[in-house]
Design a protein around this ligand. Structure first.
Ligand code: SME
Length: 149
């Protein structure tokens, strides 16, 4: 298991969701360089709502029909976007963003949250980050059930 996943696992021992995910976003932001945003969107009342994050102020509500985050929700699948300028449905919370990695957190077959990472660099996210964030999403899913989030 990689170092970032070991750290995230230990942070997920915290039973309060906001406290735990706040620290997970800080951990990702510290461990990955060349990011301009790292955080969570939470599924609430039929839309995506901004959760704990590190970075500039961001869109607070995103429809399931909109953005890379909406596609991640609908497809329940990772969205790794090398060049957001070429992605028609991309929502630019920060005009500096050039690539994005969005990973669904699946609990009992439902997408309940997303990990969203942005970078000012094209092609910042590789298979390595995708694999690590998929593992983080599985660990968050386990914590979700354990702590009854
Ligand atoms: N780029 C996302 C919006 C969220 S921000 O990146 C923080 C999207 O297209 O859904």
């Amino acid at each position: 298991m990689s170092m970032i996943n070991e750290m995230i696992r230990s942070l997920l021992e915290e039973p309060d969701m906001i406290a735990a995910l706040g620290n997970v976003s800080a951990c990702i932001n510290e461990m990955y360089d060349r990011l301009n945003w790292a955080g969570f969107y939470l599924v609430k009342n039929g839309e995506l709502v901004l959760g704990p994050f590190q970075g500039k102020t961001a869109c607070t509500h995103i429809s399931f029909q909109a953005g890379v985050c909406g596609a991640c929700y609908r497809e329940k699948a990772v969205q790794r976007v090398d060049n957001v300028l070429e992605r028609k449905d991309h929502i630019a919370c920060d005009s500096a963003s050039r690539s994005e990695l969005c990973v669904p957190v699946i609990v009992n077959g439902e997408c309940v949250a997303e990990i969203d990472l942005d970078s000012p660099e094209f092609c910042r996210f590789t298979e390595k980050e995708e694999k690590e964030m998929l593992q983080a999403a599985r660990d968050i899913s386990e914590a979700w059930l354990k702590h009854q989030w």
